[in-house]
Design a protein around this ligand. Structure first.
Ligand SMILES: [Zn+2]
Ligand SMILES: [Zn+2]
Length: 138
């Protein structure tokens, strides 16, 4: 039950059978509201949201998603952890502030090439490996 389409047809069927009743928007009370799924694992557990609040929620979810993907993929963080080094230790060795390392791991800043080279040397890696081209943010 991972396909959104399954969940949506189950909701439609449950509404026809009267097992699920359409509700106004949870946030503003407007009707009609869409059935939003926090998880498709439970197809009949929905949140009712009008078109604009539904869109707004998805914008937030997309952003959270993009952020967690960026963090998960951060090779810098992975390498630092493998070397059992804290952000503070790495920052000190690289001669930058801890915030800079933190933001670099989140993909929020691009380190200047000489800092990338220094960090790579400290971690026994290469700048290409640690700092791949950032993905285009939407
Ligand atoms: Zn939704
Ligand atoms: Zn609403």
């Amino acid at each position: 039950m991972n396909l959104p389409i399954d969940a949506h047809s189950q909701v439609a069927r449950a509404i026809r059978r009267g097992e699920l009743v359409r509700q106004p928007c949870d946030i503003c009370g407007k009707q009609p509201a869409h059935a939003h799924h926090d998880t498709y694992e439970e197809p009949l557990v929905v949140r009712w949201l009008c078109a604009s609040h539904h869109r707004g929620l998805h914008v937030i979810l997309d952003r959270l998603n993009a952020r967690s993907i960026r963090q998960r993929k951060s090779p810098l963080r992975t390498f630092r952890r493998v070397r059992v080094m804290t952000q503070a230790q790495l920052a000190k060795l690289a001669g930058v502030s801890q915030t800079v390392i933190c933001h670099a791991e989140q993909g929020r800043v691009q380190l200047p090439p000489h800092v990338q080279a220094r960090v790579a040397a400290i971690l026994g890696s290469t700048p290409e490996q640690l700092f791949p081209e950032p993905e285009v943010t939407r």
